[in-house]
Design a protein around this ligand. Structure first.
Ligand code: DHE
Length: 526
């Protein structure tokens, strides 16, 4: 059994609570929100506000609860969780004061050291690795569905769509779970920094660890040995051993000029045997070697093999050696070309894409991409004999299609509203593009890969958010989320575009097919 997370959280967070985080005093706030928090919230959410049995209550996570949602949760509680309703205990003024306090940033960036991480590690005592899959389904065609409605993952047989297992995850999973290269184990990350390891063959959780206090995403090394966790709080990248979730290294993310930076995201670059880090607050991209035999990674602004440069520039060598790539401004949200030679990052203003060549370590091209491109959702395919990539835009109803050999925009496809995710498969003639925002959020566009025209728009559930597609291993079926509390995963025949099954799910978000992920299938964002 897993010991309750509260047992370690109280212990490990005590360090943070004790000294670092003096509560922010809101001189003008009446009633006394700090006292109200201590009385009603701290037992579950920790005096530090960094989470215990309940999630962290800090702007980094609560910022996503727009309008008066926070006040409503305090007043009414959350169904099917331990969060009680406070409407009978607190008046509206007290609830408003508490909500304002929770939206206030922490006074200091908390520390979360390698020791804290190690102390948070919880391995499941009765976990026994099965010698072979405990089910008859094709283990390579298993698909995980993240259900954010009640913080669970459903494990689907990709042939029969039977649910093989449904397990609880940490609160608020974000980003794609990452599989080991053999597809046996999967790692799942929550915004509060928890990393959970699950054995797909045994259908059992292996353990979990808190690798950060507020985290962005995770990446698997080329050899499956290391898992990198990108953190906002503290400003670090944590590298865990995938074998036992022990801490291999915690790297403070500090730019060359001494500026500490949050890490927007970490990506795997398997061909390069490295992790690539997007830094939020500094004009640098970091590359971290996952190859023990890595040659000198210059801690400077050149990548050269000249003798003598090594010492002068503070080169690092071997496993986890760090290389800095200087760029003209911080870039976010990377798309990688399939050979991992180039990446496209989005500029802060959200109006440009900047191409960075990872071999020479510098910017080589710029693309006009107004409307905030969501490059992390970008996918590539062959169209008209050339390789193109497409990206949705978070602030405009369009998809930009770019030729990745000359970086020219081939086409701008008008959609019924801004979209979030794109998907295809090598065996499918279509790209599936959702409309995530606005009145047409129930639309899913089907785009012909050759003509680059929308050939059909599906509306499987009127008024519901219909988003994120994943294919089965062979590309025969496309699975789409009805992204609602009382939602579903709809299985479409990927050729006829007809609905063939509807599986009830609690606010399903992303879906991840083992084979498509570990084989870096064409049409999948990595
Ligand atoms: Fe995500 C992936 C960043 C908001 C659901 N999101 C990613 C990745 C990044 C990212 C860098 C790639 C990580 C990976 O998979 O390894 N997301 C961001 C943001 O910066 C943004 C806009 C603001 C934020 O709050 O962080 C953001 N993301 C959201 C949401 O609001 C979504 C829709 C709901 C949620 O769960 O938070 C959301 N993001 C997702 C999903 C993926 C994802 C489902 C994985 C997609 C995949 O198919 O791999």
């Amino acid at each position: 059994m897993i010991r309750p997370i509260a047992s370690f959280s109280r212990l490990a967070l005590a360090t943070v609570a004790a000294g670092l985080l003096a509560p922010v005093s809101l001189a003008s706030a009446e009633p006394d929100a700090v006292a109200l928090f201590a009385e009603h919230c701290a037992t579950c959410h920790a005096a530090s506000r960094l989470g215990g049995t309940g999630p962290a209550l800090i702007p980094q996570t609560l910022g996503r609860m727009r309008g008066p949602v926070l006040e409503t949760v305090i007043a009414n509680g959350r169904p099917a969780t331990q969060m009680p309703a406070f409407a009978d205990t607190l008046d509206t003024g007290e609830i408003a004061a508490l909500a304002a306090y929770l939206r206030t940033p922490l006074a200091e960036v908390p520390s979360w050291s390698a020791e804290d991480i190690a102390a948070s590690r919880e391995m499941v005592e009765d976990y026994t690795p099965a010698p072979a899959p405990v089910f008859t389904a094709d283990p390579m065609n298993v698909t995980l569905v993240v259900e954010t409605g009640d913080h669970h993952v459903s494990v689907l047989d990709g042939d029969t769509f039977e649910v093989l297992d449904r397990f609880a995850t940490p609160f608020a999973v974000h980003g794609g779970p990452k599989f080991t290269p053999d597809g046996r184990y999967v790692f799942i990350m929550s915004r509060d920094g928890f990393v959970q390891k699950y054995d797909v063959w045994s259908l059992q959780e292996v353990g979990r660890v808190r690798a950060g206090l507020n985290s962005r995403n995770i990446a698997m090394s080329h050899d499956g040995k290391w898992l990198a966790v990108a953190n906002y709080l503290p400003m670090t990248v944590t590298i865990l051993s995938t074998a036992d979730l022990s801490v291999a290294k915690v790297i403070d993310v500090v730019a060359r000029d001494g500026t500490a930076s949050r890490v927007s995201a970490v990506y795997q670059a398997p061909q390069r045997k490295s992790f690539i880090l997007a830094l939020k607050d500094a004009p640098e991209i970091w590359e971290i070697a996952t190859d023990p035999g890595a040659g000198p990674y210059y801690d400077g602004f050149v990548h050269s093999h000249e003798a003598g440069m090594k010492e002068a520039l503070g080169a690092e060598e071997g496993l986890f050696a760090r290389r800095r790539i200087a760029i003209s401004e911080p870039l976010d949200d990377f798309f990688f070309t399939p050979d991992y030679t180039n990446l496209i990052g989005a500029s802060r203003e959200g109006d440009r894409g900047v191409v960075v060549n990872l071999i020479v370590g510098r910017e080589i091209a710029e693309l006009a991409l107004p409307g905030m491109p969501h490059l992390g959702s970008g996918i590539t395919w062959m169209s008209g004999g050339r390789r193109v990539m497409a990206t949705p835009h978070l602030k405009e109803g369009k998809l930009s299609v770019i030729d990745i050999d000359n970086w020219e925009t081939v086409k701008s496809i008008k959609t019924e509203g801004p979209g979030f995710f794109l998907r295809s498969h090598e065996n499918s003639p279509y790209v599936w593009a959702d409309v995530f925002f606005g009145p047409n959020k129930d639309a899913m566009h089907i785009i012909d890969k050759e003509s680059l025209e929308i050939v059909k728009t599906l509306r499987p559930q009127k008024g519901a958010t219909v988003a994120h597609t994943e294919f089965t291993r062979d590309g025969r079926y496309a699975l789409v989320s009805v992204w609602e509390d009382d939602g579903a995963v709809i299985v479409f025949d990927a050729r006829t575009l007809e609905e063939v099954r509807r599986l009830p799910m609690r606010k399903p978000s992303g879906k991840y097919n083992v084979w498509n992920k570990i084989s870096f299938s064409d049409g999948t964002s990595h």
